[in-house]
Design a protein around this ligand. Structure first.
Ligand SMILES: Nc1nc2c(c(=O)[nH]1)N[C@H]1C(S)=C(S)[C@@H](COP(=O)(O)O)O[C@H]1N2
Ligand SMILES: [Mo]
Length: 325
């Protein structure tokens, strides 16, 4: 695969951070606590230093690279690693794209993952025990952010279906709810208490067990860097990027549909389904085209981000709901 070099690693900053602009009433009331929380900065420099020192010796690094699964092909070049690693959405570390330095404060070991809710047996497993027993592979996936930029990256990980099988949900489980860590002492964004932390996302069981739903542990042939959502994040290439939750600490199997972080903030703009569709604009901008990170190009956006042949049948029987927002 040829990797096209970007003309410049400097990406235009998004002028607005649209997802952050609209706060509901409950969120504003919660904001009263923000000023008190903003004073929790002590100790941060030390943590950044020790996290950097650990970065080279990730205990899972010996597992990489994972064998590539050739079933997943791209229609475009891979995004340059440096570009993708320095242009991230991770609101826990700030509501802008240059969070990669702040994100180095995230401690990623020990990292325990709780599996609970409608399951045969509630349990906690360490990330390293989990990855050791999952079927590992590399896949080339497109990624389309709701803000109308896109990238194409080689994710390493395992099918989410393997996690669901491992979890052994009961027949009563209709959905899986996922949660990111909550640690305002190291994540400055989480001191902004008007956001409904922790970050939450959800899928139906049918979506979570679909071939394309991929739990990611690495990228570019190495363990995930913290800014990508180490040590465990999701990749759902047919949905807007905000569904692909980072730094997951909990999978809860539920009867009821979970309420996502962005849905709670602004449900009319960020819904549960959030499937990519160029013909359904965001209320404040078009979704017809996307800026390809690392290039000067804008290209047409594809229905289900180009994965319609695989996923459209998941939604064939859903009526009266907005599938594309
Ligand atoms: N916990 C958490 N997960 C998150 C986000 C976030 O702010 N916090 N941002 C989402 C959005 S909007 C996008 S586009 C992708 C960005 O992934 P990347 O930084 O690896 O490109 O992560 C998603 N997952
Ligand atoms: Mo996004």
């Amino acid at each position: 695969m040829l990797i096209r070099r970007p003309k410049s690693w400097e990406m235009p900053e998004r002028r607005a951070t649209p997802e952050s602009l609209f706060l509901n009433r409950r969120a504003l009331i919660k904001g009263a606590g923000a000023i008190a929380a903003a004073s929790l900065v002590a100790g941060c420099d030390e943590m950044v230093t020790s996290a950097r020192a650990q970065a080279g010796d990730d205990p899972s690094s010996g597992l990489y690279p994972f064998a590539r699964n050739d079933r997943y092909q791209l229609d475009r070049s891979l995004t340059d690693e440096e570009v993708a690693s320095t242009y991230n959405n991770f609101y826990e570390f700030g509501s802008h794209k240059r969070i990669y330095e702040a994100a180095q404060a995230l401690p990623i070991r020990p990292w325990d993952i709780v599996i609970d809710g409608e399951v045969e047996r509630v349990r906690t497993i360490s990330f390293d025990d989990l990855i050791a027993q999952m079927p590992r592979e590399e896949r080339l996936y497109r990624h389309r952010c709701v803000e109308a930029w896109s990238m194409a990256v080689p994710w390493s990980g395992f099918p989410m279906r393997a996690l669901v099988e491992f979890a052994r949900p009961l027949g009563s489980a209709g959905y899986v709810r996922m949660e990111t860590f909550h640690n305002p002492e190291i994540a400055p964004g989480q001191r902004q208490s008007w956001y409904p932390w922790p970050y939450v996302e959800g899928l139906t069981i049918a979506e979570a067990t679909h071939d394309l739903a991929f739990l990611v542990t690495g990228v570019y042939g190495k363990p995930l860097k913290r800014q990508f959502g180490a040590p465990l994040r999701l990749a759902l290439p047919w949905k807007y990027g905000f569904k692909s939750i980072k730094s997951i600490v909990r999978f809860t199997f539920t009867r009821e549909r979970p309420v996502s972080f962005w849905t709670e903030i602004q449900g009319s703009e960020y819904g549960f389904w959030a499937n990519v569709n160029p013909e359904v604009p965001h209320p404040r901008w078009s979704q017809a085209t996307e800026e390809v990170l690392g290039t000067d190009e804008r290209v047409p956006t594809l229905i289900y981000n180009g994965y319609g042949a695989e996923v459209a049948s998941l939604y064939a029987n859903i009526v009266g709901e907005e599938l594309f927002r």
